[in-house]
Design a protein around this ligand. Structure first.
Ligand code: SAJ
Length: 420
């Protein structure tokens, strides 16, 4: 039986591109979101998030009548849940949105439907979701009760796309398919093959859940290694970027790059899901999180030292010094400032410094609310010509292109090794 109607619940950075990908293959897609602004924007053929190429695909899908957004769930043949799974104050995963989505789809479920969880989730979340559904719909059978014969098929199929390259990676990346039974995996594979050019690799739901957490924890641990090296190298007077480039010439060494910390909504969050479930075993994963989370404070300390040096060697007072921070985004060449270590460092500098704090961020039009009244948005030229201390936080292409000769300041904190 093919899928006539597909429902995608949660129209954010993952849900909307996924809905658009199905619609671009001429499938009828109903996108569901609790945010009426997002729903209205999409129904006008526009988008409420920033992602290259997504606007065109959504516009065509809406104009062609294949994609429609709504706030209330309606019947469909497949349901994909792509709602946020943040963590709570104690780093425990917060499954409230997944639970709410599950409860809202339960009443419209019918025999033969497929339910897929895509949201990053702790191990066991898919089985928990299946139990929630079974409690509300005793008239239907689920894989935990009826195995291959279940009325409803359920699978965990994590996304693994890189923000900024979502429309390419969504189609090309291999997809892990974690069905609660072989029939569930077969059905989920059939669904993703509607748009997927990568391969569907089948496993069970628990392994698929752990796989998603493992991928992002691997990256976090590797970045923590680079960040720890950057601290050691600063003590020893060694250029950490030269060191890593040299070490990476070894055929079996591939160290990532240090920076001001780790940001975004995935790598800084997902490892905690493993730690929360395995507090005594996940020692390395926890320590990596702590190393990366502490990096912005180390950067702040470096800035304070450069400012002290600057004051010693000039006749200016601290209140007369201008500190220019280059970059606010959570990584290069995007405008996403959420969970950004660059933003965190800049806020700390602005709160501490008695003089002016300047921000250079070509990806924003105005100073963000969090920094309003504390910092001023200036051009790169103004910062390079007039600031006393430079702080490089995000290696945007525009900043990499700055000629070393333009940097006349003696006091520079370069967290990305761009101006060495
Ligand atoms: N970063 C470094 N050094 C590096 C690489 C990254 O400091 O060498 C920093 C970035 O500046 C940023 C943070 O890490 O602050 C995260 O950036 P990222 O580009 O590593 O990852 P995300 O958060 O944009 O996307 C990740 C991806 N996961 C992996 O590469 C394993 C993506 O494939 C996932 O789909 C995504 O998380 C997700 O949604 O989970």
């Amino acid at each position: 039986m093919s899928f006539n109607t597909i429902s995608v619940i949660g129209l954010g950075y993952i849900g909307l591109p996924t809905a658009a990908a199905f619609a671009s293959r001429q499938k009828k897609v109903i996108g569901i979101d609790i945010n009426p602004h997002a729903v209205e924007t999409i129904n006008r053929g526009e988008i409420h998030i920033v992602e290259p190429d997504l606007d065109n695909i959504v516009r065509q899908a809406v104009e062609g009548g294949f994609l429609q957004a709504a706030t209330q769930l309606v019947a469909a043949d497949a349901f994909l849940i792509a709602v946020p799974t943040p963590f709570k104050g104690d780093h425990e995963p917060d499954m409230t949105y997944v639970q709410a989505a599950t409860q809202s789809l339960a009443p419209v479920l019918k025999k033969g439907d497929l339910v897929i969880l895509e949201s990053t989730s702790p191990v066991g979340a898919t089985e928990q979701m299946a139990d929630w559904l079974a409690q509300v719909r005793p008239d239907l059978s689920f894989p935990q009760q009826a195995g291959e014969q279940a009325d409803i098929n359920i699978a965990y199929c994590p996304e693994r796309v890189l923000p900024g390259q979502v429309m390419v990676e969504l189609i090309k990346n291999d997809r892990v398919i974690g069905g609660m039974s072989a029939a569930c995996s077969a059905r989920a594979t059939e669904l993703y093959n509607i748009f997927l050019e990568g391969e569907c690799v089948v496993t069970n739901s628990r392994t698929a859940e752990m796989c998603k957490l493992t991928e992002n924890s691997f990256r976090d641990v590797n970045i923590a290694f680079a960040n720890e090296l950057s601290l050691i190298c600063a003590e020893k007077g060694i250029n950490v970027w030269e060191l890593i480039a040299l070490a990476n010439r070894h055929p079996r060494v591939n160290i990532l790059q240090p920076g001001p910390g780790v940001g975004g909504h995935c790598i800084a969050v997902d490892p905690w899901f493993i730690v929360a479930q395995n507090p005594t075993l996940a020692r390395l994963i926890r320590t990596a999180r702590e190393v990366n989370d502490s990096k912005p404070f180390w950067v702040l300390d470096q800035v304070k030292r450069r400012v002290a040096d600057c004051l010693t060697s000039s006749d200016k007072r601290a209140s007369e010094l201008k500190i220019a921070c280059f970059g606010l985004a959570f990584k290069p060449n995007i405008d996403d400032l959420r969970e950004s270590p660059a933003m965190e460092v800049t806020q700390h500098i602005a709160a501490w410094h008695s003089g002016e704090t300047w921000v250079v961020e070509p990806h924003v039009a105005a100073i963000p609310e969090k920094l309003a009244h504390h910092a001023t948005l200036v051009s790169a030229d103004v910062a390079l010509q007039q600031a006393d201390v430079l702080v490089m936080l995000v290696d945007h292409q525009q900043f990499r292109a700055i000629d070393g000769a333009q940097i006349t300041q003696r006091w520079v904190v370069d967290t990305k090794g761009v101006w060495r």
